[in-house]
Design a protein around this ligand. Structure first.
Ligand SMILES: Nc1ncnc2c1ncn2[C@@H]1O[C@H](COP(=O)(O)OP(=O)(O)OP(=O)(O)O)[C@@H](O)[C@H]1O
Ligand SMILES: [Mg+2]
Length: 932
């Protein structure tokens, strides 16, 4: 860029003070022509790009270009977040109360519980925060800036370097977004995120989507306005107030918005938290709306708290009135409250998500927001674009044909000129055209060594996904003519052509553009061009048409000039399917995820690709089939079709929404600007690292490699994460619910406390320990093959049916102790101790054991075994539970050794409880078709 850019700045216009910056449009080779000036900013001589040194200084003064609200959390914030949870507050409150009533053992255990739950959660979250940051750094976010030339080796500049610096030459650099400083000159093109609040110096058909700021989805055009003053850049410590009306100003673009089409050069006014977006983010971050998953977890937390609060008064009153000792009653009620608080819930949920995210990152899949892991597990429809996902990310030009279908140089040359001079989004097709042309083997050209040297660019009309074509306007260095060269999707080209070239010249000595062999484009000819297109499509070739026209005008060019063109022929591109696509599709089908292809390309090419990778095609629809449909019709069509071709970006998003309305959990994988709206609308938006900035910004998950294989793994991993989370929740909530019955029954029935408060609390502590390993558990393969969706209703149902089962065994234990061991009076302290110890052990063991039954639909241990950490943690805790009454601790805890016959009974419980739950499980699954 550098040199050309300087040449665009007409330094001669006013000797001393002014420079006119004129529309550059990022043009290549625009050295000799007189570009048309649309608007200009009159600014003084000091207005030039920054030097590397100045940029460095400003980076120090202004700080990095990051928004405070998005900055990594500090350890103390994480610690605060892990502590300030209602469950912990309840425990801390209860600990203080215990301390106040001189119940120090209880207080100690409560505090240990808080420390464990906060500690583990803190470690997990801090680890995942660090990992998330490292992962974010793996995703590249670059912006192009123009800076004054600086030698590659600043300490040892060459003579050439010095000369360039003397001349004040500039260079275009790709630098990390966060290193942009106020005063930097940045280049914007389609798909870019605007890297700060900027003022436009020059632009070409620049359309910006300001949806992120204003909610307005229609892109607005931005351009320079005549201005006598140079842009004002606020000082580093200046407090600039925000003025909403600035959003309307056509010459300002804002951080957080993105370029839909066109190009521009702009100067950065504000960065990071000083930008409009930064200020907004500060207020928004505190009012961020929770997503469905967060809401569900919160709802469940409240349910837990609700059960607990509902339990406290009856227990307190029953114990107080029936037993007479109010202090005992209060302590017991507290212990019950502790028992009913699932203090491990936040830790398990977060540890699960963090583990899932870290596992995914090892497969080059970066999760931007932790709970997207669960959403991945929920996917049952995956929409994807075609290029690079189903096909290799390498498009190759293999045919350049005239109207008759014969190989002809003209479409190649004109296509090349178009690709070479256009400066918008350079996509795979442009790269393919340039590579093919510049490959020495393919050049059969008379009179030219490099055709691009014979032309100067005057203007361009950038690509957009609705027009599906792009044009450049070139001036020949030999003739006094301008040429508009257009290339794009064939149908869209035909719609703007009036003539067609039917010759096949190979001699270009008298100029490249044909003047003869041009005939009107009759309907008949149109049809045969379409036949040619279809024949190429049938072979799996993507086709673009190339056309031109001669023009005398020296005007500002716009889309309106794309008419009455002469079609010179077509180029055919091969975009072969990826070898990995076939097995990946198979795997996704095994996981019951339906794949749909939403493409801007033609249906025939897309069908061919899908056939080659064995993607079953239900039906194919194109843009015209879905235009003007109402919501229900669109839903039906979205449900039925597999291939959606020639879609506009908005249509892609509409299809995603239609599928969502049909109760699907929809993922969208894409990399283009045209995919961004659909990515944003989907339940789980996925993009790739080499995708456009706006696609990446809209996505929840970034793949470092565009591949469906990773996604199949991600879906599986998401389901595993879901499984381990829901397993804990269902278990905890049903066991709590069961305990409610046992405690109430005991309170009415027994003349003494069924368990001393300290026992209840210790039991709870041990139980917590046994749960820590859950995030490391596995799920049955059968579980993983079905999409998982969060169902609060399912959780309630589970609680209501499975919870009371544990009470049955509590009650048999009470009965056994009451009748067999005659523990039926509060007069004999030893009997009371025996009773309490017996329930302590039985309760702990059944609670701990049950995870093995609940975690699977199958027969535990025989058909499905938990992972080692879970096996070990449950075994160890059960062993500790049985051992405690036999240790010297029993004195301190008020327990007593249990007789041998009790263990016979316990063995019976150990066998029959899982058997009972397993039987109920079979019935439950039969009735509700659901378990985990
Ligand atoms: N650089 C280009 N020059 C001319 N025409 C183009 C160019 N890029 C795309 N087109 C036209 O626009 C159509 C749609 O673009 P594109 O194929 O990129 O859409 P898409 O939805 O991203 O497709 P895919 O699903 O394959 O990624 C293309 O089929 C082609 O006809
Ligand atoms: Mg694409």
């Amino acid at each position: 860029m550098s040199a050309e850019f300087n040449k665009n700045i007409d330094t001669s216009s006013d000797e001393i003070t002014t420079i006119v910056v004129i529309d550059d449009g990022g043009s290549k080779g625009a050295t000799t022509s007189q570009p048309i000036q649309k608007h200009g900013i009159i600014i003084d001589n000091d207005f030039k790009p920054l030097s590397a040194y100045e940029a460095e200084k400003r980076l120090f003064n202004y700080g990095k270009n990051v928004i405070a609200a998005y900055q990594p959390l500090r350890w103390y914030t994480v610690l605060y977040n892990s502590t300030a949870h209602p469950f912990n507050l309840i425990l801390i409150g209860l600990a203080i109360f215990s301390g106040a009533t001189s119940d120090f053992p209880t207080m100690t255990i409560l505090l240990i519980m808080v420390i464990i739950s906060v500690g583990i959660r803190f470690i997990q979250e801090y680890k995942s925060e660090v990992a998330a940051q490292a992962l974010k750094n793996m995703v590249s976010n670059q912006a192009s800036v123009i800076r004054l030339y600086s030698p590659p080796d600043t300490r040892d500049p060459t003579f050439d370097d010095l000369e360039k610096m003397d001349r004040g030459e500039t260079e275009e650099l790709e630098i990390p977004l966060e290193d942009i400083v106020p005063g930097d000159w940045v280049k914007l093109s389609a798909g870019d995120l605007v890297p700060g609040d900027v003022q436009i110096i020059s632009s070409k058909d620049l359309f910006i989507s300001q949806a992120a700021l204003t909610g307005e989805s229609i892109p607005v055009e931005k351009f320079t306005i005549d201005q006598k003053q140079p842009p004002v850049i606020p000082e580093a410590n200046e407090n600039v107030k925000m003025d909403k009306s600035e959003l309307e100003r056509p010459d300002l673009c804002f951080m957080g918005t993105s370029v839909v089409s066109g190009t521009a050069t702009a100067v950065v006014l504000k960065t990071g938290s000083n930008t409009f977006f930064g200020v907004m983010a500060k207020t928004l971050a505190s009012k961020r709306t929770a997503n469905y998953y967060e809401v569900s977890i919160r709802r469940i937390s409240f349910l837990f708290i609700g059960i607990m609060l509902a339990m406290m008064p009856p227990v307190l009153l029953l114990q107080g009135f029936l037993k007479g000792s109010w202090t005992d009653a209060v302590l017991f009620a507290i212990a019950v409250a502790v028992g009913l608080t699932p203090e491990m819930l936040p830790m398990i949920v977060n540890a699960n998500l963090a583990r899932g995210a870290i596992a995914l990152s090892k497969h080059k899949c970066i999760v931007k927001k932790l709970d997207s892991v669960i959403n991945l597990g929920g996917l049952d429809v995956l929409c994807t674009d075609k290029t690079g996902t189903l096909t290799r990310n390498k498009v190759e030009l293999i045919k350049h044909l005239n109207y008759h279908g014969d190989t002809c140089q003209l479409p190649l040359y004109l296509g090349y000129l178009n690709s070479y001079f256009q400066t918008g989004l350079k996509n795979l097709m442009d790269v393919a055209v340039i590579e093919f042309y510049e490959n020495p083997d393919s050049k059969i050209i008379a009179g030219y060594t490099n055709i691009s040297q014979g032309f100067t660019k005057v203007d361009e009309i950038p690509f957009d996904f609705v027009r599906r074509r792009m044009s450049v306007i070139l001036e020949s260095n030999q003739e006094d003519h301008r040429f508009l060269i257009s290339k794009g999707a064939l149908d869209e080209m035909l719609s703007c052509c009036s003539h067609i070239y039917i010759g096949n010249r190979n001699d270009f000595t008298d100029g490249i553009f044909p003047t003869t062999d041009i005939v009107p484009l009759t309907q008949e000819i149109r049809d045969s061009v379409k036949d040619l297109n279809n024949a190429l499509n049938d072979d799996g070739l993507r086709v673009i048409g190339v056309a031109f026209k001669r023009m005398k005008e020296r005007v500002e060019f716009s889309v309106a000039h794309e008419r009455d063109l002469i079609l010179v022929g077509v180029c055919g591109f091969l975009d072969p399917p990826k070898a990995s696509a076939k097995p990946a599709i198979e795997e996704l089908m095994r996981y019951n995820v339906e794949v749909k292809v939403l493409t801007g390309d033609s249906p025939v090419v897309c069908r061919k690709v899908c056939e080659e990778i064995n993607l079953p095609i239900k039906s194919i629809v194109t843009t015209t089939d879905i235009e003007g449909l109402d919501d229900t019709e669109l839903e039906e069509i979205a449900e039925k079709a597999t291939i959606f071709a020639k879609l506009t970006p908005l249509q892609k998003a509409n299809i995603v929404n239609a599928l969502k309305r049909r109760n699907h959990i929809v993922g969208f994988l894409g990399d283009g600007i045209n995919d961004a709206p659909a990515i944003r609308e989907s339940d789980c938006g996925i993009s790739v690292d080499e995708g456009t900035d706006i696609a990446k910004e809209s996505a929840d998950i970034i793949l470092l490699e565009k591949s469906l294989t990773v996604l199949a793994y991600g879906v599986m991993r998401g389901r595993l994460t879901y499984g381990n989370t829901i397993k804990y929740i269902k278990m905890a909530i049903s066991s709590n619910f069961g305990n409610v019955f046992s405690v109430l029954a005991a309170s009415i029935w027994l003349p003494f406390l069924p368990m001393a408060p300290i026992h209840l609390i210790l039991q709870n502590l041990l139980y917590d320990f046994s749960q820590i390993a859950i995030p490391w558990d596995r799920m049955d393969p059968e579980f993983l093959v079905h999409p998982k969706r969060w169902s609060t209703k399912g959780i309630f149902r589970f609680m209501a049916f499975i919870g009371p089962l544990s009470s049955i065994f509590d009650l048999t234990t009470f009965t056994f102790m009451w009748f067999y061991f005659q523990c039926n009076t509060d007069e004999d302290e030893n009997k009371v101790k025996l009773f309490q110890t017996a329930w302590f052990v039985e309760g702990l063991i059944t609670q701990t054991l049950i995870v093995h039954v609940i975690r699977t639909r199958k027969i535990p241990f025989i058909q499905s075994t938990a992972s080692k950490p879970v096996l070990l943690s449950t075994l160890i805790i059960m062993a500790i539970g049985i051992a405690i009454p036999f240790t010297p601790l029993n004195e301190y805890l008020g327990m007593t050794q249990l007789p041998g016959i009790y263990f016979l009974y316990l063995f019976g419980v150990l066998v029959s409880y899982p058997v009972l739950v397993s039987v109920v499980k079979v019935v439950y699954i039969k009735i509700f078709k659901d378990w985990m």
